[in-house]
Design a protein around this ligand. Sequence first.
Ligand SMILES: [Zn+2]
Length: 232
Amino acid sequence: MLNRGKRTSQNRAADLPNAPRSTNWVLGPSLLIVAVALCVLLWLGQPLFCHCGSLLFWISDAAGSHTSQHFTDPYSITHFQHGLVLCLFIGWIFEKWTASTRAVSWQLTLTVLIEAGWEVLENTPLVIDRYRTATVAVGYRGDALINSLGDIVCCILGWIVARYFGWRWTIVLFVAIEIALIIIIRDSLLLSILMLTSPVEGIREWQQGESLSASTNPTPRNPLPSCWYRLQ
Ligand SMILES: [Zn+2]
């Protein structure tokens, strides 16, 4: 817990009567936020799930036509990182209120609101075009609704992990994920942000080398377990 060391037995006891009610402060508003975001995505024209007609839990291909179209894929891990960062950042801003269970619940609700807002923004024509022109995601056409839902779930998981691991281990985990993603898919959360805001041509060429080899080589070097091959 971010603020575990500062919690007293008095405020821990004060949490207990609030605990069942505090769940309502997360569940109700969060479900409403997610439902509204999915409706907006539907209105923006995003499909429910992949054009291939299958609905898979995991796709290991980071640069294929099924990417961002099923429940999770390597980019879902960057949304898990959103949860890590939002937990630390929001926790840091609202630190003085974290002793209250209800305040912690609202922090999770705020995290869901920010993540759902990002999912909508990420699927607006402006940002989709930006991904296609500035990053390696040449054929990107936005997320299917099921993938946006998976991204929000991954963000919530990241928030929960950060909440229990504390800020030091959360930073270690964030850096480890960045390194692993760069090695495995030649992309990461920080690289995506960099390439979206100020693209570096050398990095783009290096990333395209991976996506080209993945599309021409029937057994891409990506070692993540794959459900993708089942579709061939
Ligand atoms: Zn598919």
